[in-house]
Design a protein around this ligand. Structure first.
Ligand SMILES: [Zn+2]
Length: 588
């Protein structure tokens, strides 16, 4: 990190100052500085970060906030794995939630001024307080995205999305910011209608290629792997040059095999690509980048030139990529697991940062865990945190009690018996892990230091439940002609599912058959339902209507099918036998 001494009463020459800061740029203070006193993120040394927390604890808000921090420092982001919903393509989407939010608060504040009864005032105040304390999408910005997708898709409406106004709000904000000068009420009725449907073209200077589809060949054999490597490398280098996000999402793969082959191919070859193409700049190479023959001294480099050799890998839902050994060792994801374990050890030497999130610390492969610089703990139960962070959870409880003793001068030792204002006070500074608000998290370092942080999310739109990339951007995709012929598994994209498709029926039958076998292996229908969801998430079973059913409905549905019913009877008669023996005896 460069040390600034500009403010001192320095009597040397400015060249001395330049030399000094050049020499000091990677130096560290020789005394110990507590982690808490340093910024959590930095871009001068490789960082490896894991985020733990329950479902709905706001993990992806934090992941995206951190990823954006690196991106803004020109560390090339490779967001290659996320929830199966194209969630990580959303940096190309801005719904101006921040603007709408402020409008709503403004309206409530006005109502508060005009309130004519105490009850009304109290209610509005309560609403405002609630709103201000919540973690919500505050989107106000977009970034260009290079979206890696297998080449079996054909896209529509991409150009429209990249060249037209998103909606009326975007138009009004651009007007307020003086980027355009035609007031909304001067638009014709037809233009207003086009604006509402995302079809009104923007002026040239405001058009950007926000979402760029980057098709690739699935590396299913050596020849295709070579092809894939060339394509991927080109997309990666373009993304760095143009300061774009490079993203990929499991949703776009038709089969688990394609998905895991692709991701493990990338992870396995990334160290070599980094070695070959991500070397730190030199004064000469910066000159070359700028297209001139002169050398450019370090202190004149831009942030982009300084961080040219760095990249950050972002893996949301890391569990589906690197499951522990106890979690279905035979699965196809072991392909990617092996490669991620190998890669993790090399991160530091390859200028690769890593951010990953998981529900439970025990989901993470044992060999990867010790490589992290710190972990971030969001709202979680003792069970989710596992043995490893149990001490931390306990430490927080102890600290709360000792602080209670201190502030009450020994009057109270048990928070449960103390007046509620003490709990409220402690909740602000040192909340329990099990009660962490969604906008708070603990950063925990290996030496047990910790710090409570506030989560704000990133500046693009955070995908809400029930939203899809298609519904928001109007971009759609379907299988291209060649693929359609080859295709015999169920299509995942909403657009491509045909209601009378025979393969859909077969998938449902296959899933139900699996359910019968799983019922024999497991303790009951509840467990079957849970395991089914996991398998579908991992892409090992096709997504069908069956995975949305509860345990009672599934078991009823299965009993209505004669073959399934008779197989369940066979299983009942053999109930004392080992489950594999029973499964082998079934008659399909
Ligand atoms: Zn938003």
């Amino acid at each position: 990190m460069s040390q600034k001494i500009n403010s001192l009463d320095y009597n040397g020459t400015s060249q001395d100052l330049i030399n000094y800061s050049d020499m000091m740029r990677d130096s560290m203070p020789s005394h110990y500085v507590p982690n808490k006193q340093k910024p959590v993120l930095h871009d001068n040394k490789v960082q490896c970060i894991f985020v733990f927390g329950a479902r709905g604890s706001g993990k992806s808000f934090l992941i995206e906030q951190y990823a954006e921090w690196y991106y803004r420092r020109y560390i090339t982001p490779l967001y290659l794995w996320g929830a199966r919903s194209n969630e990580n393509v959303f940096m190309g989407v801005n719904k101006n939630c921040g603007y709408h939010w402020n409008e709503m608060i403004g309206r409530q504040e006005k109502l508060l001024e005009m309130a004519d009864s105490e009850i009304q005032r109290e209610n509005i105040q309560k609403m405002l307080l609630n709103a201000k304390n919540s973690l919500h999408c505050n989107c106000r910005n977009t970034y260009p995205v290079s979206w890696l997708v297998p080449d079996y898709w054909e896209f529509s409406n991409l150009k429209q999305y990249n060249t037209c106004w998103f909606d009326k709000t975007e138009y009004i904000i651009a007007l307020n910011d003086k980027k355009i000068n035609k007031p909304y009420n001067e638009l014709t009725l037809i233009q207003r209608d086009e604006l509402d449907h995302g079809k009104l073209e923007k002026p040239r200077h405001l058009q950007t290629e926000l979402i760029r589809v980057c098709p690739f060949t699935v590396p299913s054999n050596p020849k295709k792997s070579e092809e894939f490597g060339n394509q991927f490398l080109k997309y990666l280098l373009d993304a760095r040059k143009e300061h774009r996000w490079l993203v990929m999402n499991p949703l776009m793969f038709l089969t688990a095999d394609d998905k895991f082959k692709t991701i493990s191919n990338i992870i396995t070859r990334l160290p070599v690509w980094m070695e070959d193409h991500f070397q730190p700049n030199t004064p000469e190479s910066v000159g070359k980048l700028r297209g001139i023959n002169n050398s450019i001294p370090y202190n004149e480099w831009t942030k982009q030139e300084k961080n040219w050799h760095k990249a950050v890998l972002v893996f949301s839902e890391l569990r589906t990529l690197a499951p522990t050994n106890k979690f279905s060792p035979e699965t196809k994801s072991s392909m990617s697991k092996r490669s991620i374990v190998d890669l993790s050890a090399e991160l530091r030497h390859k200028n690769l940062y890593l951010i990953g999130d998981l529900q439970s610390s025990e989901d993470l492969n044992e060999s990867i865990k010790p490589l992290s610089d710190f972990v971030v703990i969001k709202n979680a139960t003792q069970q989710l945190l596992g043995k490893e962070y149990f001490y931390f959870l306990q430490g927080i409880e102890k600290r709360r009690n000792s602080m209670l003793m201190k502030i009450t001068h020994g009057q109270y030792v048990d928070l449960n018996k103390a007046p509620s204002q003490y709990k409220q006070y402690l909740d602000r500074f040192i909340p329990r892990i099990q009660e962490l608000p969604v906008n708070k998290a603990f950063v925990v370092w290996h030496n047990n230091e910790y710090k409570l942080i506030t989560v704000n999310g990133a500046s693009w739109h955070h995908k809400q439940e029930g939203e899809s990339l298609q519904s928001i951007t109007r971009i759609t995709w379907k299988l291209n002609k060649d693929q359609e012929k080859l295709q015999n598994v169920e299509e995942y994209s909403e657009q491509t599912i045909k209601p009378h498709d025979n393969s859909k029926k077969q998938n449902v039958l296959a899933v139900m058959k699996w359910c019968v076998e799983e019922f024999i292996r497991s303790s009951g229908w509840l467990e079957v339902v849970q395991n089914l969801k996991k398998k579908v998430e991992l892409g090992e079973l096709p997504l069908t209507s069956v995975s949305d059913l509860d345990h009672k409905t599934i078991s009823n549905k299965i009993r209505k099918d004669d073959k399934m019913k008779s197989n369940l009877e066979i299983a009942k008669k053999m109930k004392d036998k080992p489950s594999e023996e029973i499964i082998n005896a079934l008659k399909w």
